[in-house]
Design a protein around this ligand. Structure first.
Ligand code: S3P
Length: 170
């Protein structure tokens, strides 16, 4: 990790990117950022409001800009939104500017961790959240895999164990 000092967490909603990212940052004495939190800070609105006012398209423009700006930093841990990797520009930025860690999980865990959440309008408003998550996974999982330097499962072990596994692999 000598020349690549940033750690970028990618993966689907409910994989544990924020929880694990915060713990890695604490352990390695790095600054922690979360792209959703940064969007909320800049807009003064929560994610569901941004979706409502600007649509998913408007949200993605903001997300791409936040990733562009945050990847200018060095020495950070960044938890990215699950859909951020749909942007080729963002995928390139993440690959070029740090170690990309893909947190893999199951649809069951995602469902359990993301119920009634203001930050996840894509599933909060869906009639069939499982179907939405399955469809997103089909499109996005290959993209997470494509840019991952390290892949870790988060559904079978505690956050602490996952954090240690990541730190060892860096
Ligand atoms: C999204 C994931 C969310 C948030 C938004 C859209 C997605 O972030 O950016 O609700 O498209 O998968 P998390 O991955 O942190 O839940």
């Amino acid at each position: 990790m000598a020349e690549k000092r940033n750690i970028f967490l990618v993966g689907p909603m409910g994989a544990g990117k924020s929880t694990i990212g915060r713990q890695i940052a604490r352990q390695l004495h790095l600054d922690f950022y979360d792209s959703d939190t940064e969007i909320e800070r800049r807009t003064g609105a929560d994610i569901s409001w941004v979706f409502e006012l600007e649509g998913e398209e408007g949200f993605r423009v903001r997300e791409e800009k936040v990733i562009e700006d945050l990847t200018e930093h060095m020495g950070i841990v960044l938890a990215t939104g699950g859909g951020s990797i749909m942007s080729k520009e963002s995928r390139n930025r993440l690959s070029a500017r740090g170690v990309v860690v893909y947190l893999e999980t199951t649809i069951e865990k995602q469902l359990a961790r993301t119920q009634r959440d203001k930050r996840r309008p894509l599933i909060a408003e869906a009639d069939d959240p499982r179907k939405v998550l399955e469809e997103l996974a089909e499109v996005r999982n290959p993209l997470y895999e494509e840019i991952a330097d390290i892949t870790v499962r988060t559904d079978e072990q505690s956050a602490k164990v996952v954090v240690n596994e990541i730190v060892e692999k860096l």
